[in-house]
Design a protein around this ligand. Structure first.
Ligand code: S6P
Ligand code: ZN
Length: 187
């Protein structure tokens, strides 16, 4: 019997792409973000299959496992729906006290955060920027540049995701392009 183990394929993190085992990829189009953007007319006038962002994640353990970590790369394409930048859906973690790190890899973006009292603020994302998102803080990222924005994320494997609250109530402020500048506009 041959008891020699085949060496595991190394996990690669090449710019904005993850390669290796236990990697899952997903993509979100405009249709997947129905109800998220505020300019309904602009939304209806765009092709519903417009690609907004892609995520590749490394899930080394089962979702919900205590003590593990997940790693993901999100790539957001440039563009706007009306005055609102292409952005991620945004979520709270289902396990409210679980935090997360984000860091910028490529392009220019804005991390928008909102706490439980609906206080909303943002931080600029750029290559090398590092962002700590505390537990209980909803988070989403908008691409404010003219090229692809890529950022990495690391979060606990028992964080889970609560998209419902954002789908129902949204964020208290939205990031819009006003006079060619990103501005957080209270809804
Ligand atoms: C997971 C982490 C990211 C997002 C990704 C897409 O906790 O925050 O990997 O899942 O940026 O955003 P969303 O809001 O569509 O999950
Ligand atoms: Zn998260």
């Amino acid at each position: 019997m041959n008891d020699k183990k085949t060496p595991e394929q190394p996990l690669l993190f090449v710019k904005d792409l993850l390669i290796g085992d236990h990697i899952e990829r997903s993509r979100k189009t405009l249709a997947d973000l129905k109800g998220i953007f505020h300019d309904q007319e602009a939304y209806n006038n765009m092709a519903s299959n417009t690609l907004l962002y892609e995520v590749s994640c490394h899930f080394p353990v089962k979702e919900g496992t205590a003590g593990g970590l997940f790693f993901g790369i999100t790539k957001i394409y440039p563009g706007k729906v009306g005055n609102e930048y292409f952005m991620t859906k945004g979520h709270f973690h289902a396990n409210m006290n679980r935090g997360e790190y984000y860091w910028g890899i490529e392009g220019e973006g804005m991390l928008i955060m909102m706490d439980r009292s609906r206080k909303t603020w943002c931080e600029k994302v750029f290559p090398g920027s590092l962002h700590y998102i505390p537990g209980g803080v909803a988070h989403r990222v908008a691409n404010i540049g003219n090229s692809v924005l890529a950022f990495a994320a690391c979060w606990p494997s028992d964080a889970g995701h609560n998209y419902q609250e954002i789908a129902n109530k949204g964020f208290a402020a939205t990031l819009q392009c006003v006079n060619d500048q990103p501005q957080l506009v209270v809804i």
